[in-house]
Design a protein around this ligand. Structure first.
Ligand code: HEM
Length: 449
């Protein structure tokens, strides 16, 4: 049995039909040929965009010459009111400076420090579900709550129940609902003269979120000065000077960064976890194996992570089949030549984990759920060449290591206690919102194990 794919895969569609489909449901619009192509070109009267699936091309764009392919500003435009000048949106020197300050907070060694907070958030999630045994639940809601809790606990040492944290979480949900489907701009870049608006509601919600985050960072700046700040990610980031200039983030810059940590850190993990739970419900034999493995969590210290191997393999397989960030878009700053084709300056280059992870010419049985593939030769090669859920190169997700602890940990802690079961007619349909989500949520029955 295969996990659900997008609704349909039209073989050949006109660009305009494609764009119409795109508006309804990004993923069902994907023509079959894009899962075989090394490169595909889309032309419009205003610009060209190129989907690249060939590992060597992806290396060129993301790893070897990233400065020649900056992030396309149009794509993330909708996020500006919320994220300001955060590391997710900047390019060039200001982006480099921000990464020099942020990266040390996520270095391998620091993960161990975040681990107790992750366990506490996972346990709180397990406890919250207690009252719902026997019920059918919407899992994206559950995993969003848990992942937001992880971010608040690791960043600011407060649980999601904290008054400000709870308000930020609520406002983010409103903000997300107000957002249009992301990535549409990847193929539909509007000409410069078309004005763009953020709705008043979106701008107002963004302002409120930033104000709330502003309280947290101002309070933290005060505690750092007083020498009473806890040793968490916020303190680490706010006290790390740029090794080149010796300057730390000021409070305003920190608000931009906290906004992206919260957004990038909880939306993505929540999406992957919800799909992982669905896959576990669909493949109960794997669910039982994970539950047995999770007994190691009787002693939940950091060392236990090395024993949650199956859980990591399952989480990785969920990231492959349902990459939370389905596409990333870059722009050419000068003419390029790819696969004997001239690529003009200003073209959009689309790097798509969604297509790459299911690419017919690289993966064995690309649409099958098979967590054991990661120990096969094909799986190992593809993990190196064709698996980029966290992107790749200098702009790789700084939270990748964090997410690969958090995800398997929460998954294992949930399965150790509960069983998740599919419900009749509850097959989720993947669509691209801010991340890959299910069109009508992921509904599963919760049963005591
Ligand atoms: C399963 C979980 C996650 C996935 C799949 C994921 C994926 C990604 C991807 C694909 C990008 C690159 C986007 C682009 O270039 O357009 C990215 C960037 C980023 N992620 Fe994550 N992420 C996850 C979790 C996290 C966590 C837990 C944090 C922080 C706590 C985080 C923080 C960031 C930041 C700050 C960036 C911007 C980096 C830059 O542009 O230099 N992410 N993430």
């Amino acid at each position: 049995m295969r996990p659900p794919k997008p609704l349909a895969r039209p073989g050949k569609v006109s660009l305009w039909r494609y764009l119409r489909l795109f508006r309804q449901d990004l993923l069902s619009a994907q023509p079959q040929r894009l899962y075989r192509a090394w490169m595909a070109e889309f032309r419009t009267p205003f610009f060209r965009s190129y989907l690249i699936n060939q590992p060597a091309l992806i290396r060129t764009v993301m790893k070897e010459r990233p400065d020649a392919f900056p992030k396309s500003g149009r794509i993330s435009e909708g996020l500006h009111p919320l994220l300001g000048q955060s590391v997710f949106l900047t390019n060039g020197d200001s982006w480099k400076r921000q990464r020099r300050i942020i990266d040390p907070a996520f270095e391998g060694g620091r993960l161990k420090d975040s681990f107790p907070a992750m366990v506490a958030a996972a346990q709180a999630c397990v406890d919250r579900l207690e009252a719902h045994v026997g019920q059918t639940l919407e899992c994206e809601e559950i995993t969003s709550h848990a992942a937001a809790d992880v971010i608040f606990r690791t960043l600011f040492s407060v649980p999601i129940e904290h008054e400000v944290a709870a308000q930020v979480f609520d406002k983010f949900r409103i903000y997300q609902r107000e957002q249009p489907l992301l990535n549409l701009a990847a193929f539909v870049r509007l000409p410069h003269w078309v004005p763009r608006f953020h709705s008043r509601g979106t701008r107002e919600t963004a302002r409120q979120i930033r104000e709330l985050i502003g309280h947290l960072t101002t309070e933290r700046a005060r505690a750092i000065k007083a020498g009473t700040a806890p040793d968490d990610l916020a303190t680490k980031i706010m006290t790390t000077p740029d090794p080149e200039t010796g300057q730390c983030f000021d409070t305003q810059e920190m608000v931009d960064q906290v906004a992206i940590f919260f957004l990038a850190g909880h939306e993505t993990s929540a999406s992957a976890l919800a799909w992982a739970l669905y896959l576990m419900a669909l493949y109960p034999e794997w669910q039982d194996r994970l539950a047995a493995e999770a007994r190691a969590l009787d002693v939940p210290d950091f060392a236990v992570m090395s024993q949650l191997k199956l859980s990591r393999d399952v989480f990785r397989e969920a990231l492959r089949l349902y990459p939370p960030v389905p596409m990333m878009v870059r722009e050419t700053i000068c003419p390029e030549r790819f696969r004997d084709r001239d690529i003009p300056q200003g073209a959009q280059i689309v790097v798509s984990p969604w297509h790459l992870h299911r690419h017919n010419r690289m993966w064995d049985q690309p649409d099958d759920f098979d967590p054991s593939r990661w120990s096969t030769e094909n799986g190992k090669t593809c993990q190196r060449e064709a698996f980029i859920p966290f992107s790749t190169g200098p702009r790789v997700c700084p939270g990748a290591g964090f997410a690969m602890v958090e995800g398997p940990l929460i998954l294992s802690m949930l399965l150790r206690r509960y069983r998740f079961e599919v419900i009749e007619g509850g097959t989720p349909v993947p669509v691209a919102h801010l991340t890959v989500r299910s069109k009508d949520g992921i509904w599963l029955r919760l049963v005591e194990r």
